[in-house]
Design a protein around this ligand. Sequence first.
Ligand SMILES: C[S@@+](CC[C@H](N)C(=O)[O-])C[C@H]1O[C@@H](n2cnc3c(N)ncnc32)[C@H](O)[C@@H]1O
Length: 288
Amino acid sequence: MSGWKYGDEVPQRSKEEEERERIEISLLLEGVYQLYGHDFRHYAFPSIRRRIWHRVHAERLSTVSGLLERVMHDRSCLERLLNDLVIHVTEMFRDPTLFAAFREKIVPRLKELPVIRIWHAGCATGEEVYSMAILLYEEGLYNRTRLYATDINEDVLHIAERGSYPLKKIQEYTKNYMLSGGKDTFSSYYTAVEDRAIFHPFLKEKMVFAQHNLVTDRSFNEFHVILCRNVLIYFDAYLQNQVHDLFYESLGDPGILVLGQKESIAFTKRSDHYTVLDGQEKMYGKVK
Ligand SMILES: C[S@@+](CC[C@H](N)C(=O)[O-])C[C@H]1O[C@@H](n2cnc3c(N)ncnc32)[C@H](O)[C@@H]1O
């Protein structure tokens, strides 16, 4: 491929090369889907392209077709590619202002319910779920809540289930907790053991972890709140609409949808089915 050096992020291309690359990427994603059942065909192209090239370089290959051949015949290469394609970055009380707004605007509505069901879709390693458990505990709601935490990736779910996070992250998480309106001392929720912060088992009591693919799996319950933050940003418009159908069908009354800071319900086909509860914090209420 002209203009490409090993180590370059993405190669420079002519129009013809661009078209060839687009076809190669779509063949790779089709192959991954047909052979292994992982469907990335409607993930946002610029990001998926960057990640595929990262894997091409890391495998010391020079074309996407080369990667396709390797992935088709070598499952371990598929695993490496999957790790590149899906981003699991997360943190406790990520975007603390969202948790502060949740306390102020959503908690009073949840207080009226006898049981509360919350779905964390794309929970990654679970930090968001533990944050929500702490918030609801402090608001006296945790006993009547069930937190459903799902992700496409089983490895991250195992980490989430353990509730043990690197101690070196705790300073940042404590700051987030305080900014989010935390009412207690953050250190009262975990025990430091060597280099890990192990969150207290009572926080796990109301959590259910399960593998769920937003692209291929159906709804599995009716929820009062769905948080799906920093997941849809990786999907194209077609897939976002499909997932918004799933969320709409999965929300009850009240039905509150919380998206990531860079995401929005606007311009999706479900935009008219929600009112904006907090535009800044991307909190939406299902219209009955
Ligand atoms: C960047 S993390 C977001 C974690 C958390 N929600 C947050 O905002 O901090 C994105 C997560 O979405 C998951 N994901 C990606 N595609 C998915 C799909 N099709 N179905 C379910 N989860 C998916 C990834 O495995 C990853 O753990």
